[in-house]
Ligand binder design. Structure first.
Ligand SMILES: Nc1ncnc2c1ncn2[C@@H]1O[C@H](COP(=O)(O)OP(=O)(O)OP(=O)(O)O)[C@@H](O)[C@H]1O
Length: 121
């Protein structure tokens, strides 16, 4: 195994994550939202499986935002001029983020509402 190559790949991947944190406001919003959800989770005595679902939802949102940012850059590189297909590519990638975000809210409500219902109502 070529550890030098493996380490370099790890370094480049980390540079990608740092770049997206610095350049994408949406990504910073998701970090803030993830921090709030993690604090709420700590206060809500989640089961092991609930923790697994919450962590997968949070990581999934980060992953999909990274892919979205990557698609945006490829589109900007290959189609600096306005083009209907460039618009579709960006809008589809943004649509994927939206669908996933809605899914996380629904699953979050299913997990948290029963735990908070005693406190809130
Ligand atoms: N090359 C293009 N051709 C046609 N429409 C485009 C093109 N680039 C962007 N658009 C349209 O404008 C919208 C906003 O694009 P813009 O590049 O400002 O932001 P973004 O790259 O989608 O996201 P962010 O603001 O997070 O960088 C896109 O969702 C798309 O509908």
């Amino acid at each position: 195994m070529d550890f030098r190559k493996f380490f370099k790949s790890f370094l480049y991947a980390s540079q990608g994550v740092v770049h997206v944190v610095k350049s994408e406001q949406n990504f910073r919003f998701h970090i803030l939202a993830a921090a709030i959800v993690l604090i709420a989770s700590l206060l809500s005595r989640l089961s092991k499986w609930e923790w697994i679902i919450i962590i997968m939802l949070i990581c999934g949102m980060f992953v999909i935002e990274l892919v979205n940012a990557s698609i945006e850059r490829v589109v900007d590189l290959t189609s600096p001029e306005l083009h209907p297909l460039a618009k579709q590519a960006k809008d589809l990638a943004a649509g994927a983020c939206l669908v996933y975000a809605i899914c996380t809210v629904i699953v979050g409500l299913i997990i948290f509402l029963p735990k908070w219902s005693g406190i809130l109502f």
